[in-house]
Design a protein. Structure first.
Length: 100
């Protein structure tokens, strides 16, 4: 539940900050900041929504897949593994500078 707590905290901060931060590039520059977050989400193009959902889904699958966890000597947290552990991206084919 540590991971889900982190996600909930990030979502809450994003919800609070959404009216004060404005990205100046497309497609975000066409979305007004003076409307509710749900309305802002509705105005995003479908491709942008799917990109966000699929990226988060990839992170979820990557962090809980037993094949990846076993490379780091870990198990799933429901099977006695370390709660909150997120594997590095060092096992990727290409180097990725992002480590959570």
């Amino acid at each position: 539940e540590i991971k889900h707590g982190r996600v909930a905290m990030a979502a809450f901060v994003g919800y609070c900050v959404q009216s004060n931060v404005h990205f100046p590039w497309a497609p975000f520059n066409s979305i007004p900041t003076n409307i509710a977050p749900a309305e802002q989400w509705a105005q995003l193009p479908e491709a942008a929504k799917w990109q966000i959902i699929l990226f988060v889904g990839f992170l979820e699958v990557y962090s809980e897949h037993s094949f990846i966890l076993e490379k780091y000597g870990q198990k799933h947290y429901m099977k006695g593994g370390k709660p909150g552990f997120f594997p590095d991206f060092d096992t990727m084919v290409h180097p990725v500078p992002l480590n959570l």
